[in-house]
Design a protein around this ligand. Structure first.
Ligand code: BG6
Ligand code: MG
Length: 222
């Protein structure tokens, strides 16, 4: 018996809205202030990774990981967050990526639950700015997550919160670490972005997302 699709679980940054770029701009400024240059390639590795883990990677890329005390690292992470939160003021419902609002509406109409699995502590304020809070049936609380993606923890927490099993879900991600987290959770994975690997369905853009496409991907993978 095929298992019915009961829920779709979304990553936020880079899937629902283009905050991945705003994270990059804030990190680039903070890194520049301690003489580390970061490029889009390093930024790819920061996607799906918690704030402190991102800072550790940036410091390692500059070969200065040992030079900073925990207190200094906390200050750098706070500074990045201040810049990032400031940049979030530009978000509004028009900042939702193409195809996402229509997909959320289709899911609601079809009785398919919608979950959020973002490790961002800023997720509630971002959903608020996009006026999307009501569209999500359950948002995993990033402050209670112990392990960043690629660990499946946050996707499993989202499943449990929605009252569904991973086999009944599809996860959507723009980060390689996120695709690995979805796959490890046992859900079907949809990747957004041509550089990703290992996704059950890979799309170049969110504009290609639709419920019929998700349903046919499940059929093909049964
Ligand atoms: C993820 C982003 O969604 O959230 C990462 O992909 C980011 O780049 C992480 O580091 C944590 O975000 P925040 O808003 O808590 O600093
Ligand atoms: Mg993302």
């Amino acid at each position: 018996m095929p298992v019915r699709l009961k829920a779709v679980i979304f990553d936020l940054d880079g899937v629902v809205t283009d905050t991945a770029h705003l994270h990059f701009l804030a990190w680039r400024q903070v890194a520049g202030e301690i003489d580390i240059e970061i490029d889009e390639q390093i930024n790819e590795q920061l996607k799906g990774i918690s704030r402190m883990d991102s800072l550790e990677r940036i410091l390692r890329s500059g070969g200065v990981a040992e030079r900073f005390s925990q207190q200094e690292k906390d200050q750098l992470a706070d500074r990045k967050n201040q810049l990032y939160v400031e940049s979030l003021k530009q978000l509004h419902p028009g900042s939702i990526l193409p195809g996402i609002a229509a997909l959320l509406a289709e899911l609601r109409k079809s009785g398919i639950l919608v979950g959020l699995a973002s490790v961002s502590l800023n997720a509630p304020r971002i959903l608020d700015a996009l006026e999307l809070t009501e569209q999500f049936d359950f948002c995993a609380d990033a402050s209670k997550i112990q392990r960043s993606k690629p660990d499946p923890e946050i996707f499993l927490v989202a499943c449990a919160g929605l009252g569904v099993t991973p086999e009944e879900c599809i996860g959507i991600e723009d980060a390689q670490a996120g695709i690995e987290a979805i796959n490890a959770s046992g859900m079907l994975s949809v990747g957004i972005g041509s550089t990703l690997s290992g996704a059950d369905l890979l799309l170049a853009s969110t504009s290609e997302l639709s419920l019929p496409l998700l349903l046919s991907t499940r059929q093909n993978n049964e």
